[in-house]
Design a protein around this ligand. Structure first.
Ligand SMILES: [Zn+2]
Length: 242
């Protein structure tokens, strides 16, 4: 169920893998997303299993749209019916409220300032990197009193696999220098994770890049949209302030 799970003082951080759920086919088995053609019943069951393992009431979700909006939440707003905020970053100061980011190749980022009592979950793909959703989340946390921010960056498509047309790769490099890369087969690519880490460091956030060596496209223990296509499930990053 958990690719990584650890507590850092009052903050618990976890990244799920594909094991321990009820979904089938490309969603086999712990699919946490509703975009891959899974049944809502399966998704709700999978969410409940992760929540139970973490000892929380549920997972605070967002409807991710590859934007840079940050929404502050103070209670669970999802019941599996899809009534969740449309954004790419969730922030809370509510203890016991777990925040979830769902990915399959994009970069999941968890943020916390335990002393200030604030946590965030952020979804950053190529568009989110260029749109600076991670700096927006950092700013939102600082505006609420965060001072010493820490971050945990999870598994994502690596810079040797994430192929893009040359013009798109160049555009990302122009927006976030240092992100242009080359695939292992020699074509233009982008290292979105490297860009996100650079944005975090530039914002003065301590970075624990857990996913630096874990590529979703290469590692079948994780979901990958690029490897699996439209049937791919979504794994998650979860952060909760105890
Ligand atoms: Zn890779």
């Amino acid at each position: 169920m958990f690719w990584f799970r650890e507590s850092f003082g009052d903050v618990e951080v976890a990244f799920t893998d594909r094991r321990g759920g009820v979904s089938t086919e490309g969603r086999d088995s712990l699919n946490l997303g509703s975009a891959g053609g899974d049944t809502m019943e399966n998704v709700v069951t999978n969410h409940r299993r992760v929540a139970e393992a973490l000892g929380v009431d549920g997972l605070g979700s967002m409807s991710q749209v590859h934007g840079a909006s940050v929404v502050a939440v103070d209670a669970l707003r999802q019941d599996g019916s899809g009534t969740v905020p449309e954004c790419d970053a969730l922030v809370t100061d509510t203890r016991g409220l777990a925040l979830l980011v769902r990915v399959a190749d994009c970069v999941p980022v968890l943020l916390a300032d335990a002393d200030a009592g604030l946590v965030a979950a952020v979804h950053a793909g190529r568009a989110g990197l260029v749109g600076a959703v991670v700096p927006a989340a950092v700013q939102a946390l600082r505006a609420r009193g965060a001072d010493a921010l820490r971050s945990w960056v999870g598994p994502r498509a690596c810079g040797s696999c994430y192929e893009l047309p040359a013009e798109m790769a160049d555009a990302v490099e122009a927006a976030v220098p240092g992100t242009r890369s080359t695939t292992s087969w020699g074509t233009p690519a982008v290292d979105v994770g490297a860009g996100v880490v650079a944005q975090l460091r530039a914002a003065g956030v301590v970075v624990d890049d857990l996913g630096a060596q874990a590529c979703t496209i290469e590692d079948e223990r994780l979901f990958s949209y690029r490897r699996q296509g439209t049937e791919s499930g979504r794994f998650g990053g979860v952060v909760v302030l105890r």
